[in-house]
Design a protein around this ligand. Structure first.
Ligand code: NAD
Length: 290
């Protein structure tokens, strides 16, 4: 396929490189980042879109996505697919899909899970929203960039799945960290805490696969001085998207709201910026009830 790729940052550079390595003809554009190996450089987003079968975007947020979409939609050929893999708000995803469909294009919102490591290794999980025909057309690209793709429903369903998953993740990490800090104060050994919880009803991905306590459980960012991994500010971004969606949909999400407040304090008023999201544990460790 002829593929345009816009947004060649931490994630996009690897995804574009993997598509090119699999034999697709990939042209890329980014405001600042260089093109990875195998990807031809274009001078503008619109230039990337001309003649492409699929344009993949991997951008920071919904506002930027909408402005890039406004530039590329008029340049794309009828029947081509606009496949946005960024994490953005549900409303932006839906409005871009509508604008694309209105001029005879197809659209898929397909945010990813798996981080920079997954992008590099081609083992991302894609959660996709859009029509069947659009999903089918890009599914072979998901197979190259990832190991699993779930078609979640119509436009916006991929973003909905992503923010619900990450809301659970943020809440669970905060809960796991506060439980470890409580266990410390009760004199419970962290290894014993892990041995019990990881095989009891409190188990979770954050405890069993990404344990926030250094030296306990599988190797995780906690064992590397909390270097990300999944940065606290990215967790905050996704939690805020979940709360934006909850307000728009009139959903009661008190735990998501509290996790958003916690990560916002951690990132914006404390030392969380640039640290892994599991560094909530040393944060709680230092605190009392006030
Ligand atoms: P990034 O900031 O490293 O990359 C974004 C790129 O977009 C940058 O290189 C930037 O120059 C480029 N860009 C911005 N505006 C542009 C424009 N108008 N035209 C062309 N290029 C433009 O971010 P990232 O870590 O690669 O994340 C990309 C998306 O993936 C985000 O939505 C993020 O939430 C999501 N995501 C990231 C991770 C992760 O671990 N980094 C994991 C899952 C999902």
């Amino acid at each position: 396929m002829k593929i345009g790729f816009i947004g060649l940052g931490n994630m996009g550079q690897h995804m574009a490189r993997n598509l090119a390595a699999a034999g697709h003809e990939v042209t890329g554009f980014d405001l600042t980042a260089p093109c990875p190996e195998g990807v031809a450089k274009a001078d503008s987003a619109a230039a990337v879109a001309v003649g492409a079968d699929v344009v993949v975007t991997m951008l920071p947020n919904g506002t930027i996505l909408k402005s890039v979409a406004a530039e590329i939609i008029p340049a794309m050929s009828a029947g081509a697919v606009l496949c946005d893999c960024s994490t953005v708000d549900v409303e932006s995803a839906r409005s871009v899909a509508e604008d694309a469909k209105a001029v005879g294009l197809m659209a898929v919102d397909a945010p990813v899970s798996g981080g920079i490591g997954g992008a590099d290794a081609g083992t991302l999980t894609f959660m996709a929203g859009g029509d069947d025909a659009a999903f089918k057309k890009v599914a072979e690209l998901f197979d190259i960039m990832g190991q699993k793709a779930v078609h979640c429903g119509e436009a916006g369903a991929g973003q909905a799945a992503k923010i619900c998953n990450n809301m659970i993740l943020g809440i669970t990490m905060a809960g796991t960290c506060e439980a470890f800090a409580l266990a410390d104060k009760l004199g419970l050994d962290r290894q014993k805490m892990f041995d019990v919880v990881s095989t009891s009803s409190g188990y979770s991905w954050t405890m069993n696969a990404y344990c926030p306590a250094p030296g306990v459980g599988p190797t995780s960012p906690a064992d590397n001085d909390y270097k990300p991994g999944f940065a606290a500010e990215l967790m905050l971004k996704d939690l805020r998207l979940s709360q934006q969606a909850a307000v728009a949909a009139d959903a009661d999400t008190p735990m998501g709201e509290r996790a958003t407040e916690l990560y916002s304090t951690f990132v914006e008023d404390e030392d969380g910026l640039g640290r892994d999201f599991s560094a909530m544990l040393p944060r709680f460790e230092k605190r009392g009830r006030d």
